[in-house]
Ligand binder design. Structure first.
Ligand SMILES: [Zn+2]
Length: 243
């Protein structure tokens, strides 16, 4: 009798475990997807198809007759939750003052995964940076943008979690980033000592006529907080004045 119950309980445990694993796998498929596919009424145009990934652009969000601003997402592929937040929210905004293009870098090779609380050292970071320099930098530098904003996230290793900064001290982008921080409740101006991606996009842009600053969000902030902060960025940028 005891033996029979033991067998029944064992079978039950095995069934529960199998179901749990099946559910976890389904979740993994839904949330582990790194591609930046967010539904949008705006057209996405592929501007580069490379062996390590592709680059797309969504043009003319906001007021198509106004001065132009570029956003860039995807330089570091693991930071994609913050990238998706911009892709979701910017096209939803009504009455934007400026005209926005979003450049989307989709790294497909060596995307990697976050380590055990350590920083993201995946080769996908370098792939994204290379795609930025090769394809996004020339598009932005050769167009008429007033500003470029490079969107990233961090795992909390800085004294601030949500911040903006220019990688070039004394540049116009520093003024713009400071104005955005001043107008935002939750975005601080904080400049880390160095960046890995600066030489691949924001530094050459600043040195070649397009002010460019970083937006950094905390990777593990809940989605509603990411949304709140992103709206502060979007509004702060849209309220800038350009001469
Ligand atoms: Zn980054």
């Amino acid at each position: 009798m005891i033996k029979k119950e033991y067998v029944l309980i064992s079978i039950l445990i095995i069934v529960i475990l199998a179901l749990s694993i099946a559910i976890l796998n389904l979740n993994g498929l839904n949330h582990g997807n790194n591609s930046l596919n967010v539904a949008s009424s705006h057209n996405r145009e592929v501007i580069a198809d490379d062996s390590v990934g592709s680059v797309e652009v969504i043009r003319n969000i906001g007021n198509p007759n106004a001065k132009k601003i570029a956003y860039v997402v995807g330089v570091h592929p693991l930071e994609n939750l913050t990238h998706k937040t911009l892709l979701k929210l910017l096209p939803q905004q009504n009455n934007l003052k400026y005209c926005y293009d979003i450049y989307i870098i989709n790294v497909t090779q060596d995307v990697g995964q976050y380590g055990d609380g350590s920083s993201d050292n995946s080769p996908g970071r370098q792939n994204g940076q290379n795609l930025a320099l090769k394809y996004v930098y020339p598009q932005i530098a050769n167009d008429t943008y007033e500003l470029a904003v490079d969107v990233h996230s961090n795992i909390g290793a800085y004294p601030y979690k949500t911040f903006v900064f220019s990688p070039v001290k004394g540049a116009l982008s520093e003024d713009y980033a400071e104005e955005v921080a001043d107008s935002s409740q939750n975005i601080t101006y904080y400049s880390p000592d160095s960046t890995t991606s600066g030489p691949y996009l924001t530094i050459p842009l600043n040195k070649n006529g397009v002010p460019a600053f970083y937006y950094e969000e905390y990777s593990f902030a809940p989605q509603e907080i990411k949304d709140l902060h992103m709206l502060e960025l979007i509004n702060g940028v849209d309220n800038l004045s350009f001469n």
